[in-house]
Design a protein around this ligand. Structure first.
Ligand SMILES: NC(=O)c1ccc[n+]([C@@H]2O[C@H](COP(=O)([O-])OP(=O)(O)OC[C@H]3O[C@@H](n4cnc5c(N)ncnc54)[C@H](O)[C@@H]3O)[C@@H](O)[C@H]2O)c1
Length: 326
């Protein structure tokens, strides 16, 4: 098989491309390099610069590379920006996916893996674990585009005999090597690094949540493990018209306080965090039920929060030498 990986020059996509190529799959990357970094890809993985909104280009790449499966990661992903620019998010995330699926169907590509997100759940109800049948109620246009994307993928798959998998990622962190690290400052780990590097204390929003230490609890997964989940999804037995929608996390909750403790140990920066009021809409707890991932994909995460923070910090220090303490 040859897999087209859209968004393969991105933080997660480059890990997916490397893991799949390393496991012997043929891979071609399509990326418009709007937030991607071409240097994340080794020279033996071809990179086509272009957008998932260009149906003509997609058809040419499918033909030239004899593509038989697609892993679709290309998307805009900033929640706050999606509130300010919903039309752009719908155009790129939903419009881009529609164009891609049309080209997939025309080209007779039969396998499709889609990057979804725990954002489809919105603020999950007060349950210990969030299972895949938890009602979806996204609270941002970004989350809406991921939920609409899942609907599109499943409907097209059923109508046109594709084998489809939607992966709902929980909180992604870490990197397989410093060069592959996340360059954005949108997730909690790089946000804390950014504050520390500026000489500022990290901020904690809400210390009175109904959780053991009062701070929000989340499910963090190492991006290297997440990439393995894509390989498992790509290799699940083909069954035309079958769809699978599955949480990808570790199934273990880590509070903001616990995360900050690990970050302090790794960075050596032990300044006390600033305790701020709760933010409206923050769910106290969002931890994945990962039993379906184990059963349907044979996937379970191996790496813990310590490995995530250490590898993320190594990547941060590579790009921010000023962060390294003497
Ligand atoms: N990082 C997370 O915590 C997280 C969590 C849940 C879901 N996701 C999803 O995972 C996917 C990858 O996220 P990431 O963190 O690697 O982000 P990223 O911004 O690093 O990667 C996205 C990649 O897609 C490319 N791209 C964007 N729009 C494109 C388009 N229309 N055509 C072609 N290429 C395009 C960008 O240049 C970039 O290389 C996204 O779909 C995102 O919504 C990410």
């Amino acid at each position: 098989m040859t897999w087209m990986i859209t968004g393969g020059a991105g933080y997660i996509g480059a890990h997916v491309a490397r893991v799949m190529a390393g496991a012997g799959e043929r891979v071609v990357v399509l990326d418009d390099v709007s937030s991607g970094v071409p240097e994340r890809l080794p020279s033996d993985i071809p990179l086509v610069r272009g957008t998932s909104l260009d149906g003509g280009l997609l058809r040419r790449v499918f033909a030239e590379h004899a593509v038989t499966g697609v892993v679709h990661l290309a998307a805009r992903k900033q929640v706050g920006e999606s509130v300010e620019q919903p039309l752009r998010y719908y155009r790129e995330n939903v419009g881009g996916l529609t164009t891609l699926l049309e080209a997939v169907v025309d080209a007779g590509v039969k396998r499709f893996v889609f990057s979804s997100s725990a954002a489809v759940y919105g603020n999950p109800p007060d349950a210990d674990l969030v299972a895949e049948d938890t009602p979806c109620a996204p609270v941002s246009p970004y989350g809406e585009t991921k939920l609409a994307g899942e609907w599109l993928v499943r409907a097209a798959g059923r109508a046109h005999g594709l084998t489809t998998t939607c992966l709902r990622y929980f909180n992604v962190a870490g990197s397989a090597s410093p060069e592959l690290a996340d360059t954005g400052v949108f997730n909690v780990v790089p946000m804390v690094f950014d504050r520390l590097t500026r000489g500022e204390a990290p901020r904690v929003f809400g210390t009175d949540h109904p959780t053991p230490d009062g701070t929000c609890v989340r499910d963090y997964i190492h991006v290297g493990d997440l990439a393995e989940a894509h390989l498992a999804a790509a290799r699940r037995p083909a069954e035309p018209g079958s769809d699978l929608t599955v949480n990808i996390g570790r199934g273990e909750g880590v509070s903001v306080r616990e995360l900050l403790t690990v970050i302090a140990e790794v960075t050596g920066d032990t300044r006390e965090p600033l305790l701020e009021p709760r933010r409206a809409g923050d769910a106290p707890r969002a931890v994945a039920d990962v039993r379906l991932a184990a059963k349907a994909l044979g996937f379970s995460a191996r790496l813990g929060v310590r490995e995530m923070v250490e590898s993320a910090w190594a990547g941060w220090c590579l790009r921010h030498p000023e962060a390294v303490r003497g």
